[in-house]
Design a protein around this ligand. Structure first.
Ligand code: PLP
Length: 436
């Protein structure tokens, strides 16, 4: 039925039928996504979940106490200003101003959102005209895609290229953009480039040189850059975090994205933020006001307390130390097993090359896996046989580039050490499925 057709009258006793919005057939919105296929309900009951990127430990006690305090006030239970609560905007200003080398204006340059996701969605509502193109580097965070297509934008894909063969010396630094490919992807309809550093799922931290080359393209073609920096508190081995907004000429065209969920182990709180010039934040605020009006109040107060106290409590450094240990525990098992991976310098994911894993041809795979990349088969097989789940990386590529990702499974290490050790012990069982 076409969307402008009148609904047919409902026959006696039959359920009514409604025409679905055509936007639901874009952006893989209705297809069975990787999260529902690799969902706990479909996997063995005692499977260890290293698939989804949520922590299995709570937020810091002092951040949770601030949430409790807020719930015990009257104002903390009511609407906030659509820009975000004053206390959180002030805390964001105090935390981020030194990092951007400018005093951020809490009225015009900071916008609190309902998780990074919704802030990004609002930016696309504000800035995309039908047919506007948005450049995404693959593998990309999968929520970008429907958020762009629901707003009638057109994703244009530029892959990060992994090293042809992974060996011990290679790291997430070795996933490279072909800058000629990036330049060829720009058309008169290009409106925006999305950058994600530290990167999910590669764990790559973009260098100043790489970001400068992206900035050069953005300036030359007058593009907006959305810089997704939700993992800006999770960089390892003293890697410096370069913000593209700080490069010459970039502040006025960059929206930087952050998330309390990643910074304070509270992904379910749905508190995030956008930082940028008044010219970009103002219309994004107008869009967001019409979408969610405002973000939940008590957890904004708690996020503010987190930012206010984190430095004096030594939290940022402690968090990096803890994540470094988690990463290294998991890597050690892969080293022992002899599976290659690309060492992540940021975020909490590691990509493991599973091309050596041999899967019996007659293995009973469910229909949902059939026809997908090899990584879907490997991920399913390992979850069933070893009871450790992961996420197939080809999900984060367009169909044309899927083959680049299907060598890899993504394992999340935002889990406590005990869980990582248990997972590592089980993963040792992989060796019986590995060729030479
Ligand atoms: C790269 C990236 N951007 C954005 C988000 C969404 O963040 P939030 O949970 O604050 O919406 C995620 C979450 O996994 C992510 O990995």
């Amino acid at each position: 039925m076409s969307t402008n057709q009148k609904q047919a009258p409902v026959a006696n006793g039959a359920a009514p039928q409604f025409a679905l919005s055509s936007r639901m057939s874009t952006g893989r919105a209705m297809s069975q996504d990787v999260w529902s296929i690799f969902n706990a309900a479909n996997l063995p009951a005692d499977c260890i979940n290293l698939g989804q990127g949520y922590m299995n430990f709570p937020p810091p006690q002092w951040v949770k106490e601030a949430a409790d305090e807020a719930l015990n006030t009257v104002a903390g239970n009511h609407y906030s200003h659509p820009k975000g609560r004053l206390r959180l905007r002030e805390a964001l200003r105090d935390h981020y101003s030194p990092l951007f080398g400018r005093t951020l204006d809490i009225e015009n340059e900071i916008l609190v959102s309902s998780g990074a996701n919704e802030g990004q969605y609002s930016a696309w509502v504000a800035w995309l005209e039908p047919g506007d193109e948005v450049i995404l580097f693959e593998p990309y965070f999968d929520q970008y895609l429907p958020s762009i297509t629901f707003n009638h934008g057109v994703p244009v894909y530029v892959p990060l290229h992994p090293p042809a063969v992974l060996d011990k010396n290679q790291t997430s630094d070795d996933w490279k953009i072909d800058f000629e490919e990036l330049r060829r992807a720009v058309t008169p309809r290009t409106k925006m480039i999305v950058v994600n550093t530290p990167h999910n799922p590669v764990g790559k931290v973009f260098s100043q040189e790489e970001l400068q080359k992206i900035a050069d393209v953005a300036i030359e073609h007058n593009l907006i850059v959305m810089s997704d920096e939700v993992y800006d508190g999770l960089l390892f081995d003293d890697k410096p975090h370069v913000r593209i907004a700080n490069l010459p000429g970039m502040w006025d065209r960059t929206i930087t994205v952050g998330s309390a969920g990643k910074s304070f182990a509270c992904t379910g709180w749905r508190v995030g933020w956008l930082i940028g010039p008044k010219s970009l934040i103002g219309p994004t605020l107008a869009a967001q006001t019409r979408i969610v009006f405002c973000t939940n109040s008590p957890l904004q107060e708690a996020a503010a307390a987190g930012l206010e106290q984190a430095t004096k409590r030594g939290y940022w450094k402690q968090q990096i130390d803890e994540y470094t240990e988690r990463r290294d525990v998991l890597m050690k098992y892969f080293d022992e097993i002899g599976l290659q991976y690309s060492l992540p310098y940021g975020s909490y994911f590691v990509l493991v090359d599973i091309s050596k894993v041999q899967i019996p041809e007659d293995y009973p795979f469910p229909e949902t896996i059939k026809g997908r990349g090899k990584d879907f088969y490997a991920g399913w097989f390992l979850a069933q046989e070893l009871r450790v789940s992961s996420i197939p990386v080809s999900e984060f590529y367009c169909d044309e580039h899927m083959n680049i990702g299907e060598r890899f499974l993504r394992f999340a290490f935002c889990k406590d050490l005990d869980t990582l050790h248990k997972a590592g012990e089980r993963l040792r069982g992989i060796t019986k499925f590995m060729g030479q």
